[in-house]
Design a protein around this ligand. Structure first.
Ligand code: ZN
Length: 157
């Protein structure tokens, strides 16, 4: 009887399936709609200013809803995206998610697209790994999975 063992094939020929779309310096998603932020957003902005110690101007932010659960962005697929011209895009499915919305607000307060820590993570837990939910007394929990949509930790630019 044959042993069934096979020599292991080298994995050097693995091909990355990622398709990166470059040259997206001026980002504008399709199917976006300007919208007036709900009153709740103003409260979230105040909380984000408080945790970061930064001062911004809520009324200069241009808000856009993008149809669906996520949209194409320079990093792949996003549920939220901030642009340096003070525009913020949120996918329709995530417009009431405090972490996603406040994450984008913190970008606007900082004026940079990256996630320097501080203030991302500490003192503002506005990342998937650090968000503890609206209950600030909760202890650290694993990253949110399968919430709202089943994609685990969607990209928030
Ligand atoms: Zn971000």
């Amino acid at each position: 009887m044959h042993s069934g063992r096979r020599p292991r094939a080298p994995r050097a020929l693995q091909v990355a399936a990622l398709t990166l779309i470059g040259a997206c310096s001026s980002f504008t998603p399709t199917n976006d709609h300007s919208f007036r932020p709900p009153a709740e957003y103003r409260a979230w902005f105040a909380k984000t200013q408080a945790c970061s110690g930064l001062q911004g101007d809520f009324d200069r932010i241009q808000w856009y809803i993008v149809d669906g659960t996520e949209f194409d962005c320079p990093g792949g697929k996003c549920v939220g995206r901030w642009n340096s011209d003070h525009s913020i895009f949120i996918s329709q499915a995530w417009t009431s998610n405090e972490m996603v919305v406040r994450h984008e607000m913190l970008h606007d307060l900082l004026g940079v697209p990256g996630h320097p820590d501080p203030p991302f993570g500490n003192p503002c837990p506005l990342t998937w790994a650090t968000w503890k939910g609206a209950d600030s007394t909760a202890t650290a929990t694993p990253p949110i999975a399968g919430r709202a949509v089943g994609t685990g930790t969607p990209n928030i630019d």
